[in-house]
Ligand binder design. Sequence first.
Ligand SMILES: Cc1cc2nc3c(=O)[nH]c(=O)nc-3n(C[C@H](O)[C@H](O)[C@H](O)COP(=O)(O)O)c2cc1C
Length: 199
Amino acid sequence: MKAILLNCSYKGEKSNSKYFLSLLKERLTIKTEAINLIEHNNFNKLSEKLKEAIAIVIGAPLYVDSMPGQVVELLENIYEVKNDFSRELTIYGVTNMGFYESKQMETQLRILKNFCSKSGFIYGGSLAIGAGEMMRNLNNVPLDRGPNKKMGEGIIKLSDAINKGEIMPDYFAEPNFFPRWLYMSIANHNFKKILKKEM
Ligand SMILES: Cc1cc2nc3c(=O)[nH]c(=O)nc-3n(C[C@H](O)[C@H](O)[C@H](O)COP(=O)(O)O)c2cc1C
């Protein structure tokens, strides 16, 4: 009985997806294995590992309001060999995005849900984190405090579901007590600073 935490960001170890998956890992009581997709260019070898899992957590950023190409390719590859996987395999997601509104990840999650229903896997639910770049930098704030509170609740719900082998409704988390207008004005300020440096 193993859960695989599959970080699908191109940024690998340095990615925000990896950070959010590591928060989840801390609360999992079942055996886990963390894998970076970019370190596996041989799908056959990767699929051997994936087949051992009872749960797979897909960690992915939002790209252009959708699922990044490398994740779509991975799902297509799994689909080809779906009959070799356990019928009890449950797939969960941890997604994050640059902008604030986590509901923007609904399409991305629908892709994961449709993939599960077409492949005969169980869709276990996802945690979708808005303002991912900021949330990642709040790693010194406890998960039950300040802007981290909603995301922390999502981590608890998702880890409980995985530990118990249950499914949960998708959970959308935005920074707690941190309004969108403030987030946007800080993001715009930083963006202008980056532009000035580049020009
Ligand atoms: C090619 C590309 C497309 C992106 N598209 C979106 C987008 O549509 N909406 C959004 O909010 N963020 C978008 N982002 C920002 C990422 O979702 C965000 O930086 C995320 O935290 C990256 O996670 P990672 O470090 O795990 O890769 C995009 C980033 C890249 C590189």
